[in-house]
Each structure stands twice: as C-alpha cells, then as structure tokens.
Ligand binder design. Structure first.
Ligand SMILES: [Zn+2]
Length: 438
C-alpha cells in the first residue's frame, strides 16, 4: 500500500534540513520519499496549503485520569493526590478505566499526538494495553507501582511482591506488542509511594529486560521535602542511590532541582518530561528547561493528565514551554522550533524511538500530522511560528501512525468520538459513588 501526500509544506524538524514544499510518499508503514514525486500511488491525498510534520511525542500522560477532568481543582500536589486522584483511581473498574483511556486517546489523536508515554494506575494494565493496540496510537505504557505511602487508599496500595508480579505478567504479554508499536515500561509512581526495595528491584529488572522506567520526581516543594525527610537524600540523589536514575529513565516534572541534582541527571543521562500546564495549574512551579537543556539533559513534553491540566493538547504545551522559558531564562533560550523539537525528536530520543519517529524523513515510520494552516487565520509568519503560537491543534486535519490514517479530515477513523464521550459520561456517576465523592 502506498499513499502520496501531494503538495504540502514539509517541516522535517531534523538538524540542518530546512522546511520545503514537497510531496511525501508513504510505502506501508514508512516514509519512502520526500520531494517532487511523479510516480503513482495507491492513494493520493491533496495536502496543498497544509504543513506536514512528525506527530507529537508526549512523554508523560495519564490516560486513566481523563475521566477525572474537572474533579480535582485548586489543590496542590499531595492533597490533589490524596483527596481526589488516588480515591478516584482506586474506584476505577474495568469499564470506567477503559472509557477513560479511550477518551484520552481520542483527544490525543485529534490534537496531533501520535506517541505517548503513559503512567497507568496500579490495576487493569491489560485494559490500557488493549485500548492502545486497538486505537492505532504509538505508546509506551506502564502499570503504576505503589507499595507504600501516606494517604494511599487500600485499593491502590499493593505488596512489593504483588506489584512486581503484576509488572512481570504485563512484561510477558506486552513488552513488545503490535509489532513494537506498543511496549511496556516500568512505572514506579514516585519515591513517596514506592519502597526502596521496590525501586531497587525495578532497577535490576529494567536492566535485565532492557525496558524503560517512568516515574515522577521533584514536582513540588512539599513532595521534595517529604522525600528528603524520608530518605535523607535529595529526590534525584535518592534515585541515583537506588539505581533508577539512568539513560533508561524518564522522570516527569523536574521542577525543583538543585545544582547537584542537575549534574546527577546529566551524568546518569536521565531524561525529564516537562509538563508546564500541570506544573502551573497545581501551583508546583516552573521547570528550568533552558538550564536543563544547556546541561545536555534530554527534555521532552507532556500534558500530564486531564485531572491537572485539564487538556491533553500537545501543541499547547509546546507553546507554554517556549513562553515560560522566555521569562524564566530569557528570550532566545528556548525558541519555538526548539520547543517543537522537544515534543517530537527529543521525546522520541527519550523513548529510544529516535530511529523510528520524531522527524519527518525518509526511512522513518510514517507518523505524520497534516496541519491545515487556513484554520489558524492570517497568512503571515513562518510555519513553525504559526503552528506553535497559533494553537496548532486547531489546525490538525489528518493524523497518520505507521502510514495509517487515524484522523482524517478532522474525524477519528477507528473510533466514534461521540460514542467515546457518551461512554465516559455514563461511567462518571457510578465512579463518583464508588470513590465516595458523589
Ligand atoms: Zn503525572
């Protein structure tokens, strides 16, 4: 099967390649040719007036929390977790969790995100996997691990053994699923919900199985202090001690880091997922992204969950990332194109997918977003500026993953958006009752 996207404006987002007017030929799951293409394809799609770029890579999301949108307002991190998010996660059954995951995937695809790293919750990892595979999105996902912690409801806390066994079963089933499009990662939630033994076991297992690790750290001042009180180390110092800090690990947030911790992240090649909206909304703070990048730390972008954002719009996170850096570190420290790079090729690098996705070039997977610039109003300005500052998600017309259209002319091809929303709405009442929040 070949698809020819004809007449678009291509943003390769590769180093040293300038945007160009070109056709893109997709053969099977990969980009076969970029340029003036005369040959015929099985299907030709007119993309004139559109920008073509690699799909966004979001390196920190919580699909299971999509249904919690609007239910956890005006609280700081630890209260937000204990009073709302954890009780709600504990109350998710298979049907409500599935509905939440589908709602999240639908929103991500419609907004131009083609790859995600998901944290999950402590149960129903199989359901998350099934829906990721069914949807066509590219994903690395984990089942959150929690074997301790103040305020963790009984429905979420597990024994260390049970947590490790559950992950082992998920590794067996999903380590490399859907021809590698979906894969498993270890997801110890954060230092305050994981015993030292659990974290050390994850280090050993992730090395042994060659799998990534996804966790949260240095998000908020109180959490930072609590980790220091519990471990006698700074949060990153502790992650170094237990072996989690490594090139296999993606740490969400990294807002409150001291100089030594930044040096530790650099030395261990640990990467950071920057979640600007979430950090602002929970009043956590602003990550020093430009500083981290100049220390050669890989930084990606994530919307985090709908319970703390409340949108999953990757382009909005890109916009906010560059805006914040201008104020925090100065104009020119994180340009629009650099921020877009964080949400594409840098994210891909963190997920060890840089050979496959993150740029639009020959040989890579055909994970492509087609943006109709006419929807952004006003013809002036270069394509990157228009997309980043103009609200890129509004312009998303088509989205392909592995050469398959998952969004076409603004509509999902494998899901019925209205049905997905209705199913989620149906689940909400019973969920709130089970969580005793009704
Ligand atoms: Zn998170």
């Amino acid at each position: 099967m070949t698809v020819l996207l004809r007449g678009g404006f291509v943003l390769p987002l590769t180093e040293g390649t300038r945007p160009l007017q070109a056709d893109v030929l997709i053969s099977g799951t990969r980009v076969a040719e970029i340029g003036a293409i005369g040959t015929k394809a099985d299907e030709t799609v007119d993309v004139s007036g559109c920008v073509l770029m690699a799909g966004l890579v979001q390196t920190h999301v919580h699909l299971v929390q999509t249904i919690f949108r609007g239910l956890a307002e005006d609280m700081a991190l630890l209260d937000w977790l204990r009073a709302r998010v954890w009780p709600l996660e504990a109350a998710l059954d298979e049907a409500s969790l599935r509905a939440s995951v589908r709602l999240g995937i639908a929103e991500l695809l419609l907004g131009g995100t083609t790859t995600i790293l998901d944290m999950g919750t402590t149960h129903h990892g199989d359901v998350v996997a099934e829906e990721l595979i069914r949807s066509g999105i590219r994903a690395r996902f984990g089942q959150a691990m929690m074997d301790t912690g103040e305020g963790v409801p009984p429905g979420l806390v597990e024994t260390t053994r049970a947590s490790l066994d559950a992950s082992a079963a998920l590794v067996k089933r999903w380590a490399k699923a859907a021809s590698g499009r979906v894969g498993y990662v270890y997801a110890p939630r954060f230092a305050l919900s994981c015993s030292r033994g659990l974290l050390e076991a994850v280090t050993t297992l992730s090395k042994m199985n060659g799998l990534l690790v996804h966790t949260h750290s240095n998000e908020n001042v109180d959490e930072r202090t609590a980790v220091q009180n519990a471990t006698g180390r700074t949060p990153i110092g502790y992650l170094v001690d237990v072996g989690i800090a490594s090139e296999r690990t993606i740490v969400a947030h990294g807002v409150h880091l001291d100089d030594q911790e930044i040096e530790m992240l650099r030395a261990t090649r640990t990467s950071i997922a920057h979640c600007p909206s979430s950090n602002l909304k929970l009043g956590s703070g602003i990550a020093q992204v430009a500083r981290l990048r100049s220390a050669k730390i890989t930084v990606g972008i994530g919307a985090d969950g709908a319970a703390c954002n409340n949108s999953l719009d990757g382009f909005a996170e890109v916009r906010l990332a560059t805006l914040l850096a201008r104020v925090v570190s100065g104009l020119g420290t994180l340009s629009a194109v650099d921020a877009l790079g964080m949400a594409t090729h840098e994210g891909a690098r963190m997920l060890q997918l840089a050979d496959e996705v993150g740029t639009l070039e020959v040989g890579k997977r055909a994970d492509i977003v087609v943006l109709d610039l006419a929807r952004l109003d006003g013809p002036a300005g270069d394509a990157v500026t228009r997309v980043v500052f103009g609200g890129g998600s509004r312009a998303v017309r088509d989205v392909l993953v592995d050469g398959e259209f998952l969004v076409r002319n603004g509509a999902l091809t494998k899901m019925d958006a209205a049905e997905v929303r209705a199913k989620a709405a149906e689940q909400l009442g019973p969920l709130l009752e089970r969580a005793h929040l009704a």
